[in-house]
Design a binder for this molecule. Structure first.
Ligand SMILES: C[S@@+](CC[C@H](N)C(=O)[O-])C[C@H]1O[C@@H](n2cnc3c(N)ncnc32)[C@H](O)[C@@H]1O
Length: 202
């Protein structure tokens, strides 16, 4: 296999046990359409497929895409589609559940806010961009479209840390330098971010 760039992360980043906990929290139904943005070897799609109408894995790295296709074929599940594209170029109109282990940018939150239907769920393993509200369960962050806004930095810090007495300072001290600088920017541009997200739904 061609050596993957390190930034891509592991194609099997999510363990079965972790993911089944997420699935339990999501309580999917046979009308749901699941997307994994950056699906790696497609295991999340294979695991959730028996519980949803369709599972769609998006993977833009050829060797992983090929392996994902093989895995899906071996699984014998007919309701999984693997797409060899960058997820930024794929319509998310029919998505009701979106999962990703990729750090999303404002442009990508905006795409989700704009394209997916009301009530669609987004599940991330990274804290959402400030000031997007979320709830945390089993180490994952859950959001619904349209996104709602946290009241202030303290509320955000409490969600991210899971502690009632947390402050934004605690969050900065936990983050690496890159994430901390990025969070500072998000806080100082919260109104701009919020406006960008909301003019997307008009
Ligand atoms: C950390 S892995 C996660 C794999 C799988 N979702 C899991 O949780 O086990 C992220 C995957 O996203 C893919 N990826 C990164 N950027 C992408 C993009 N813009 N479009 C589609 N796939 C992308 C990478 O090649 C990598 O396989």
């Amino acid at each position: 296999m061609v050596r993957a760039e390190r930034w891509r992360g592991s194609p099997t980043a999510t363990s079965h046990e972790e993911f089944m906990r997420v699935v339990k929290d999501l309580r999917p139904s046979r009308s749901d359409v699941f997307y994994d943005l950056g699906c790696g070897y497609a295991y999340t799609c294979i695991w959730i497929a028996p519980k949803v109408r369709r599972a769609v894995g998006i993977e833009n790295f050829w060797p992983r895409y090929k392996r994902a296709l093989n895995n899906v074929e071996k699984s014998g599940r007919g309701n999984i589609r693997i797409v060899k594209k960058s997820f930024q170029t794929v319509s998310l109109k029919d998505a009701t559940i979106i999962y990703s282990v990729i750090l999303l940018s404002l442009k990508e939150y905006r795409k989700i806010q704009l394209e997916t239907r009301r009530g669609a769920k987004l599940v991330l393993c990274y804290p959402p961009m400030y000031p997007i509200n979320s709830w945390k369960k089993d180490g994952y962050y859950f959001m619904r479209v349209p996104f709602t806004r946290v009241k202030d930095e303290t509320e955000y810090a409490r969600i991210i840390s899971g502690r009632r007495d947390a402050t934004i300072k605690d969050i900065h001290s936990r983050f690496n330098r890159f994430d901390s600088v990025s969070l500072k920017w998000q806080i100082s541009h919260a109104d701009y971010i919020w406006a960008k997200l909301n003019d997307a739904r008009k």
